[in-house]
Design a protein around this ligand. Structure first.
Ligand SMILES: Nc1nc2c(ncn2[C@@H]2O[C@H](COP(=O)(O)OP(=O)(O)OP(=O)(O)O)[C@@H](O)[C@H]2O)c(=O)[nH]1
Ligand SMILES: [Mg+2]
Length: 246
């Protein structure tokens, strides 16, 4: 089974090399890491390019015109589908999503359509982050759950694995997010289609190095986008029907 790990990056020069080394050290068969870099001024893209000589299972996509966590992820997904991926993992580059959980995601994807790395199921944790960030996270979770009616505990987790058919059936060309709200948009569209979701615990840590790209404007836009999803996507009474947490 071919697995592709999509890693969108913007100014992650200090994190990208140790992250790719940790992924490599997992020694998982048939695994390709795909860095999608938006011409980071700090040289993240060049560091990733240099590592392709060392790691044959590493691909780097450089985007020079577009910028955004959402569109970068979509570009990575399309690349993975084109290359014949069976499972597609997405993760952040800043070590909030620790590579050691990839085997767990892959273990559960055999029985489910989507596996989420979850902070809010037994065994999961959100550590080393300031209380303001934690409050924002909890508020965002409640707001999104109420707005969209998705019965998932860690609704904003961007660490997850998709079965190929999920990304094929969600029209990637019709997603409206360019920024971080992509995480929710994909999950919402998946639940509307009744895909089966499993949450496996992760310990989420604060970014190891570098600076956040999240600011108040991005946060408010993300919350507004959730309202837009509710307005534009057709509703059914079956939301959450596909979720099976056996
Ligand atoms: N390609 C690309 N990647 C991005 C962009 N913005 C953020 N990212 C990446 O998306 C992932 C998540 O971004 P973060 O800045 O960590 O956002 P966050 O996790 O909400 O906030 P912090 O961890 O506090 O910084 C990281 O790997 C970033 O490098 C972007 O515009 N383009
Ligand atoms: Mg982060």
């Amino acid at each position: 089974m071919k697995t592709y790990v999509i890693i969108p990056t913007y100014n992650e020069a200090e994190n990208i090399e140790p992250l790719l080394r940790e992924i490599q050290q997992l020694n998982l068969p048939d695994l390709t890491a795909v860095v999608v870099d938006d011409n980071s001024p700090d040289g993240t893209g060049e560091i990733a390019d240099r590592l392709t000589k060392e790691f044959p299972g590493l691909k780097v996509i450089h985007r020079y015109k577009d910028r955004g966590r959402g569109s970068a992820g979509i570009e990575g997904f399309k690349f993975a589908l084109k290359e014949g991926a069976d499972y597609i993992v997405e993760m952040d580059a800043d070590f909030s999503h620790q590579p050691k959980y990839i085997p767990n995601l892959l273990k559960h994807i055999i029985n489910y359509d989507i596996v989420l790395g979850s902070r809010f199921v037994a065994g999961g944790q959100d550590i080393n982050r300031g209380w303001t960030r934690k409050i924002v996270t909890v508020f965002a979770q409640i707001y999104i759950q109420q707005m969209l009616g998705i019965k998932v505990k860690d609704i904003t987790s961007g660490y997850r694995c998709f079965r190929r058919k999920v990304l094929e059936e969600i029209n990637l060309d019709q997603l409206i997010s360019t920024g971080p709200s992509i995480v929710t948009e994909l999950l919402y569209k998946s639940t509307l289609k009744g895909f089966k979701i499993y949450e496996t615990p992760i310990v989420f840590e604060d970014r190891r190095q570098g600076e956040t790209k999240l600011n108040l404007a991005i946060l408010l836009k993300t919350l507004y986008m959730v309202y837009k999803f509710k307005m534009i996507y057709p509703h059914t009474n079956n939301i959450g029907v596909g979720i099976d947490k056996k």
